[in-house]
Design a protein around this ligand. Structure first.
Ligand code: T46
Length: 137
């Protein structure tokens, strides 16, 4: 089964322009505790390289595009985010890397938890140990 989970957003726009509404438990499948965004990213500067123990997130390229690599310890998949009308749902215990940001990329992130550095697994070997030993369940 694919680990790439995309969420389509209805466009409520009209002749004046586009409008996308994000609501917890409606088109965002968790309680929203934090919203942040990445901007002025550099094409050659990759980001991420971590997993979260508890946090779930939805990533939306509201402008531009970037490549996301997801890895759950069993499979590794690549997905391009290039539409403000869809989000990428990343569950907990999924390693993520973001690469190849376009010049105008703005990546909006809707998160299920407040910021907590203790929730991060920033070392790939440690991440693999945790998922292989099943200590994430
Ligand atoms: C993720 C991807 C998509 C905070 O203080 N508060 C925050 O809410 C965030 C997100 C970060 N920070 C601090 C932690 C670091 O000292 O900002 C610094 C840069 O964060 P980081 O290197 O984790 O940034 P990215 O772009 O590699 O990852 C971020 C999120 O941290 C992460 O959860 O999934 O965006």
């Amino acid at each position: 089964m694919s680990i790439v989970k995309k969420v389509k957003f209805e466009n409520l726009g009209d002749l004046r322009g586009d409008l996308i509404s994000l609501e917890q438990f409606k088109n965002i499948p968790f309680e929203i505790k934090r919203v942040y965004y990445l901007a002025n990213t550099k094409k050659r500067e990759s980001r991420g390289f971590h997993a979260h123990k508890k946090l779930k997130q939805v990533l939306i390229a509201v402008s531009g595009r970037c490549k996301v690599i997801l890895d759950d310890g069993c499979q590794r998949e690549e997905v391009i985010l290039d539409s403000f009308q869809e989000g990428l749902l990343i569950e907990s215990f999924v390693w993520r890397e973001m690469h190849d940001f376009s010049e105008n990329c703005v990546l909006l992130v809707i998160a299920s938890e407040h910021y907590d550095e203790d929730d991060y697994l920033r070392n790939y070997e440690e991440f693999m140990k945790v998922v292989k030993n099943g200590t994430n369940t």
